[in-house]
Design a protein around this ligand. Structure first.
Ligand SMILES: C[S@@+](CC[C@H](N)C(=O)[O-])C[C@H]1O[C@@H](n2cnc3c(N)ncnc32)[C@H](O)[C@@H]1O
Length: 471
């Protein structure tokens, strides 16, 4: 049998050949690492064959590196994750990416970058060189750096002058990624540093409470993270978090909801309840595509108020005709809509640990009709191992994700990390989680629901709609 390294290198060479030929046939260009990122440079990934080939190349290359590096070097790369985050945070806060964008393709000497940001040039050079070693920025000549495809992801698109003159509004009206990066380089790693202390403290070790998290320990804070953001001295972080969440939303195709369920199977006049529906972002395309459905969007009072304002601009007719209604409702209390065909919960379950998630599901089960469908939309976390043949054959539709070919990890390893990062974030700040299919199934069963299918064919690649029916 071929050795692991031979098999992995064959996956890489075969997939590179596929990628090149698909790009050539479809007149798609493959982006260069040395060039700044543009959304159009990702066009090739809309071709499923090209996207799959790129995934396999990345998964195999990362696995190959793990296989051939000396183990002390491989583990040290994991150990040193915090140094990479810290170096990147300095560059983000010092507007290095935007400074380099304005400098143009010949780059800028680190002493000029540092002078604009008023930080030490020798210290900045070391941080940037460390990042360039990991393909974030490029050192063109000794101490002269430029952006590349990866570092340019931090670009707010704003002028350096604007960024330095009004730092408080740096993320406003920018695409959300730099704000998301700022959030993930600040309160998240500071909290994560206290994960062991939280998990080993008898008070918090087994807690499911949102006030007993690593965040609470790290910041010596008694309030849940949401309430902390609303404190006057956290207004900058709150503003950044708002921009980051809009950025995450923008990553999802706006009409992803249309492929989350077979909406056309519902008879005219069926009632869909968007539980914790926010301002109705998902219900909007649904109401437009299915005017025959009645939609009730439930949330907390201030959110309902914002939602009404938004719909009066975006789709006033739906409110006027009564097709869409907003309703104040706390999902931990008895569900007022008792004739629902569908209870839809998008990105609700992952905010809550099991005792709270159980309460939400139990309340819905109490009022569900025998033919009510429950649709949960969250990330379903893949196992890092393979399903046995027997298990895969007996699983409900969609339970088993498309697995990467051997000898790759079934979940595509490090090439498919985003869902797991979401899960780590949930653990750190909420004591909540993104769940595996087995976990979801058990949670549903314990609250009177039966998992019937998972849709993996939708247009969102990190959210998988889960369907359940009353037991
Ligand atoms: C992550 S957002 C998801 C919003 C929406 N489903 C979407 O995907 O756009 C979570 C929502 O849960 C709402 N929420 C939090 N606690 C709630 C409660 N006890 N009752 C009802 N809604 C609640 C929040 O106000 C927020 O709108």
């Amino acid at each position: 049998m071929a050795s692991l390294t031979v098999e992995l290198s064959k996956i890489i060479s075969d997939s590179v050949a596929t990628l090149e030929s698909v790009c050539k046939q479809n007149n798609l260009s493959f982006p260069r690492l040395d060039e700044p990122f543009t959304p159009s440079s990702e066009a090739f990934r809309a071709n499923p064959e090209a996207a799959e080939a790129a995934n396999k190349i990345a998964a195999a290359a990362l696995q190959l590196a793990a296989a051939v590096l000396p183990p002390p070097a491989a583990i040290t790369s994991v150990i040193s994750g915090h140094f990479k985050s810290a170096a990147l945070r300095v560059c983000l806060e010092a507007n290095v990416t935007e400074i380099l964008r304005e400098a143009g393709p010949s780059g800028l000497h680190v002493r000029d970058i540092a002078a604009k940001s008023n930080i030490s040039s020798t210290k900045l050079a070391r941080l940037m060189r460390y990042l360039a070693t990991h393909h974030v920025y490029k050192e063109l000549q000794p101490d002269v750096f430029t952006n590349n495809r990866i570092s340019s992801m931090l670009d707010t698109g704003k002028s350096v002058e604007d960024l330095f003159s009004s730092p408080e509004s740096r993320y406003d009206n920018a695409h959300g990624f730099p704000a998301l990066a700022g959030h993930h380089l600040d309160e998240i790693p500071k909290s994560t540093a206290y994960l062991w202390e939280t998990l080993s403290d008898p008070v918090s070790a087994h807690s499911d409470e949102v006030t007993q998290t690593a965040f609470n320990k790290a910041f010596n804070e008694e309030l849940p993270v949401w309430a902390w953001y609303e404190k006057p001295d956290q207004s900058g972080r709150l503003r950044r978090f708002g921009s980051a969440m809009r950025g995450v939303e923008a990553l999802q195709p706006p009409d992803a909801i249309l492929s989350a369920f077979d909406w056309s199977s519902l008879p005219n006049g069926s009632v869909v309840v968007d539980v914790g529906g926010g301002v109705g972002t998902s219900s909007l395309p649904l109401a437009q595509a299915y005017p025959n459905l009645e939609i009730v969007i439930q949330d907390r009072p201030p959110v309902v108020e914002d939602g009404l304002k938004l719909w009066k601009v975006k789709l006033p007719k739906a409110l006027e005709t009564g097709q869409v209604k907003f309703q104040v409702h706390d999902f931990f209390t008895a569900q007022p809509i008792t004739n629902a065909s569908v209870y839809l919960l998008k990105q609700i379950m992952h905010d809550w640990s099991d005792p709270y998630a159980s309460k939400i599901l139990t309340e819905l089960r109490k009022t569900a009709k025998q033919d009510t469908k429950l649709v949960l939309i969250d990330t379903v976390i893949p196992f890092a191992c393979r399903y046995s043949k027997a298990e895969a054959e007996n699983a409900i539709p969609g339970a088993v994700p498309a697995e990467a070919p051997e000898p790759l990890l079934a979940n595509y390893g490090g090439a498919n990390e985003i869902g797991y990062i979401g899960d780590m974030t949930m653990l750190t700040v909420f004591n909540s989680l993104e769940r595996t299919v087995k976990h979801i199934s058990a949670l549903l069963e314990s609250t009177g629901w039966r998992l019937t299918r998972i849709r993996r064919d939708g247009s969102s690649n990190f959210l998988q709609p889960v369907e359940a029916v009353p037991i």
